[in-house]
Design a protein around this ligand. Structure first.
Ligand SMILES: CC(=O)SCCNC(=O)CCNC(=O)[C@H](O)C(C)(C)COP(=O)(O)OP(=O)(O)OC[C@H]1O[C@@H](n2cnc3c(N)ncnc32)[C@H](O)[C@@H]1OP(=O)(O)O
Ligand SMILES: CC(C)C(=O)C(=O)O
Ligand SMILES: [Mg+2]
Length: 514
């Protein structure tokens, strides 16, 4: 197995993402986690760019012992001096100097001829070598540079003492085949190539940063520069976790390993996301919330029979706890039965099927089915809701006119068998009904959501009412239908109250037991 060094630049290129601004304490926390993750090199910042960056690089260099700490510097003396001031406390001082080599950067940005660029690069590396045993030199925009010129300048900086040569795809323009080919070309044509490490640094403008980095490895790169969660300038850098896991899972193909402690990946990703404020997209490979979640019935059935049918990475590998199958509108009976059993329900096939039908109806209406929803559904099947003492709506009458205050009169039978009737007003008919029923159930009821839809088409369509309430600190959703919108509303409200009673008597007990 070849060893690939992981050069993490979350704190330098990652911090260049518009919208990220980490303070020194936050950077130290991330650096300590990167050390636990086992990265070879941490690029902690650009010391000459600001006093804050200088301070962070200096403190990280003094704190981290098991990873090499580096800082970025332009090919100018002052940048290298500041880098040395910040990094001289490090165990193995390392500096990263860079200079652009592409025609467009040399002509328009640096306003220098290729010869002047070679001279400046050589001078800077020689100067850096006076202080630093380890000097990385980067050919900024290396991918868009002339290959013969690259060979020439790289040979010169190796002679000047560079220990690592980085050839970035600064603007994310390369394709994997081209980028890999460039590494092969340089390794075969640069005199002294065997004395240095070759490094790849890719940006994700065309979504190919990880693929390009892997292509570089296939063609001889010894080091990969990347960031946690792929953060970085513009569309970001190659994502560390994707590269490390790809090399691990496909070691049969790449024959390479990184020394990354994969179990620390999830925690590192979460820390960087929390401190930078950059959320990880749910479908992000390796660290996204859905990376190990299976929702569709056919996949869930396969995974229950053998995980490897649909899972090439186990969540535990990257430090993620066991991810339960997601129950949603695409799930099938196999996953539903499995979850019911895990929640401690032993239902006959008939009851399980009934619960499954109810679950499918609920999943059509609700984005996320919570554990409590499932327990309620399953409990309803194991203990018939019909048998619990509950409120019955006997009648409801509403008086409404454009010039009147809406008034509702309702009568209910309480769980204790008592009949009660009351009238109350409201700003509209629905509010009048809610106000009346609230008094009849004797407690403050917060209506969190209320929706009425027609079940079918036409003027005689049934009305389906859904009322979500918070009652004595429990949230429940009631539902009922009727030909009349207001009657459906009153019945749905009473159903929500009865679901609360059911929750108190059965569901709470079940939750306490699991
Ligand atoms: C691809 C990358 O990620 S490169 C790293 C990018 N990161 C950053 O730029 C973040 C930190 N940068 C900064 O804080 C500032 O740009 C500083 C402190 C470095 C420099 O600030 P300023 O002195 O105001 O210069 P400014 O940013 O306007 O322009 C950059 C100058 O550096 C020159 N330059 C750019 N790269 C290099 C280099 N590798 N070596 C030497 N000079 C360089 C430019 O030609 C320009 O010079 P000019 O002013 O003579 O035209
Ligand atoms: C400083 C260099 C290595 C860089 O970030 C780039 O070229 O993308
Ligand atoms: Mg970069």
């Amino acid at each position: 197995m070849r060893k690939i060094d992981i050069f993490d630049t979350t704190l330098r290129d990652g911090e260049q993402s518009p919208g990220i601004n980490l303070n020194t304490a936050e950077k130290i926390e991330i650096a300590k986690q990167l050390e636990r993750l086992g990265v070879t090199i941490i690029e902690a910042g650009f010391p000459a760019s600001s006093p804050g960056d200088f301070d962070a690089v200096n403190k990280i260099a003094g704190t981290v012992k098991n990873s090499i700490v580096t800082g970025l510097a332009r090919c100018v003396k002052n940048d290298i001096d500041r880098a040395w001031e910040a990094l001289k406390v490090a165990e193995q001082p390392h500096v990263h100097v860079f200079l652009a080599t592409s025609p467009i950067h040399m002509e328009y940005k640096l306003k220098k001829t290729p010869d002047q660029v070679v001279e400046q690069a050589v001078e800077a590396v020689k100067y850096a070598k006076k202080f630093f045993p380890l000097v990385e030199w980067s050919a900024e925009d290396g991918f868009r540079s002339d290959r013969e010129f690259l060979v020439r300048i790289i040979e010169k900086v190796i002679e000047a003492g560079a220990t690592t040569i980085n050839v970035p795809d600064t603007v994310g323009y390369a394709t994997p085949q081209e980028y890999g080919d460039l590494f092969r070309y340089l390794k075969e044509n640069v005199r002294g190539a065997e004395k240095v490490k070759f490094s790849a640094h890719c940006h994700d403008d065309l979504g190919m940063a990880v693929a390009n980095s892997l292509a570089a490895i296939e063609n001889g790169a010894d080091q990969i520069e990347c960031t946690i969660n792929g953060i970085g300038e513009r569309a970001g850098n190659a994502s560390l976790e994707e590269i490390a896991v790809a090399l691990h899972i496909r070691k049969d193909f790449y024959q390479a390993e990184t020394g990354i402690n994969l179990k620390e990946i999830k925690r590192t990703s979460q820390l960087v996301s929390r401190l930078t404020g950059f959320l990880v997209p749910p479908n992000k490979a390796v660290v996204g919330k859905n990376a190990f979640a299976h929702e569709s019935g056919i996949h869930q059935d396969g995974v229950l029979k053998n995980k490897q049918t649909y899972e090439i990475i186990s969540p535990e590998l990257v430090g993620e706890g066991e991810v339960p199958l997601v129950l949603g509108k695409h799930s099938g009976r196999a996953a539903f039965r499995d979850r019911a059993q895990k929640l401690g329900f032993e239902l006959s096939d008939e009851k399980l099927n009934k619960a499954f039908e109810e679950f499918k109806k609920l999943a059509d209406r609700k984005k996320e089915i919570t554990e409590e929803d499932l327990i309620t559904l399953l409990t309803e099947q194991s203990v018939s809701i019909e048998n619990i003492p509950k409120f019955e709506l006997n009648s409801v009458q509403v008086s409404y006119g454009t010039d009147n205050i809406p008034t509702a009169t309702a009568s209910v039978t309480t769980p204790e068998g008592e009949t009660k009737a009351l009238a109350a007003t409201g700003a509209g008919s629905v509010e009048a009904i809610f106000n009346t029923l609230e008094q009849l159930v004797d407690s403050k009821v917060n209506v969190l959501d209320f929706q009425v839809t027609s079940v079918s088409k036409g003027r005689d369509a049934l009305a389906d009412a859904v009322v979500k309430i918070r009652y004595n600190d429990v949230t429940t959703t009631g539902r009922d239908s009727s030909q009349d919108v207001l009657e459906a509303t009153a019945k749905a409200f009473v159903d929500a109250i009865n679901r609360y009673l059911f929750h108190e008597k059965f569901v709470k007990k079940h939750i306490a037991q699991i």
